[in-house]
Design a protein around this ligand. Structure first.
Ligand code: TYM
Length: 355
């Protein structure tokens, strides 16, 4: 029986952090043995936030090295760069004809990015959505909220649908995009009365999709939040970051609830340490004997166990341009094979025919 198709990607906007690793990359590595896997570098998506042309390619290269260093094997999985598959750009245009501006404007990630670009602080108004809309439509100088940002979910849906992927391993923050992908697939299939696109689902080995928190006591770990531990971080840098993580004054009485910063540290510990170690610190918190310094030392140690071998391999791969080139050329060939087949089917279905 043919293996199910798995597809996922990461934007080339900088080095990969623990959020990318636990939300996506570590799953890629585990899935490559059992599925027909395609993993790519989303450089077109990176353009929505206008990176410097000089750094775009460097970032593609470093993510490629990070994929390989984490253990993705190009003989088992197809590894490619999004912009090497021009069929994606054409299908992006075609699928946009079936996507509503309203549904794109309501996407959480769009509102988030638009809010940031417009300088609207969350909670500054009861009518946040209207505020964003008014400013986007009403002010010509707001070209920072570009159309690529709005149609980001269409492009992501196309990445998935053009390969007819069934499973898409992503972190929790991408679930809304995946929901939109399913909606677009259903809409296309039903509009044309075809059964072309499968409806893809997230995949997390039976567990719930993860949201890796940052070290600043707030929400998720993210490049733009400046609260990341990178796979490439040197030992000293990494230890320093963990030791500086935000904490609180400690539990006041036995059984005190966890504050957000401490809950975050425990989430990181759960991802990187053994259940015994986690239990030991949970018990210490419960009976108020915990010392956050010890917790952080342990956490840094366990994170380093994961990242050190990866970091060493990244440094080997990054300098082997010839090998990196071979990997993505072979990957592009495989990715284009499926993509061009799907694109031909879509053109035919939509009535675009050659004379
Ligand atoms: P990106 O580049 O923001 O993130 C890449 C992957 O890392 C996961 N991730 C996290 N998971 C848990 N906790 C975190 N703190 C955290 N931060 C990041 C993301 O969930 C994601 O899985 N739109 C996508 C890229 C993309 C894509 C696709 C993914 C483009 N086309 C097609 C899958 C399929 C993105 O921006 O990911």
């Amino acid at each position: 029986m043919a293996k199910e198709i798995v597809l996922s990607g990461i934007r080339s906007t900088g080095n990969l952090h623990l959020g990318n690793y636990y939300g996506a990359l570590s799953k890629f590595v585990r899935m490559q043995n059992d599925f027909d896997c395609m993993f790519f570098i989303a450089d077109l998506h990176a353009l929505t936030t206008h990176p410097d042309p000089l750094t775009l390619h460097t970032n593609v290269k470093s993510i490629l090295a990070e994929y390989l260093a984490a253990g993705i094997d190009p003989e088992k999985a197809t590894i490619f760069v999004q912009s090497d598959v021009p069929e994606i750009s054409e299908l992006y245009l075609l699928l946009n004809m079936h996507v509503g501006i309203g549904e794109l404007m309501r996407t959480a990630s769009f509102k988030d990015k638009a809010r940031k670009a417009l300088g609207i602080t969350t909670g500054s108004s009861n009518n946040d959505d209207e505020d964003i809309e008014r400013q986007i439509i009403g002010n010509e100088s707001n070209k920072r909220v570009n159309a690529g940002l709005l149609t980001y979910p269409t492009l992501m849906a196309v990445d998935i649908l053009i390969q007819k992927a069934h499973k898409v391993p992503v972190g929790k923050d991408q679930e809304q995009h995946l929901e939109l992908t399913r909606r677009f697939a259903r809409r296309f299939n039903s509009y044309y009365g075809v059964d072309l696109f499968p409806e893809p689902v997230n995949f997390d080995f039976g567990g719930a999709p993860v949201k890796v928190p940052g070290l600043d006591g707030s929400g998720k770990m993210g490049k733009s939040e400046g609260n990341c531990i990178y796979l490439i971080d040197e030992e000293k840098v990494l230890r320093k970051k963990v030791m500086r993580a935000v904490t609180d004054e400690g539990p006041k009485e036995p059984g005190s609830p966890l504050s957000q910063p401490i809950a975050n540290l425990f989430s990181l510990l759960e991802l990187t340490s053994t259940p015994e170690v986690v239990k030991q610190f949970r018990d210490a918190y419960a009976d108020c004997s915990i010392r956050y310094g010890d917790l952080k030392k342990q956490l840094a140690e366990d994170i380093l166990k994961v990242t050190t071998p990866i970091r060493e391999r990244i440094n080997e791969y990054i300098n082997d341009e010839a090998y990196l080139g071979r990997v993505v050329r072979q990957g592009a060939e495989r990715a284009r094979e499926r993509a061009s087949k799907t694109l031909s089917e879509v053109r035919e279905i939509m009535g675009i025919r050659k004379f």
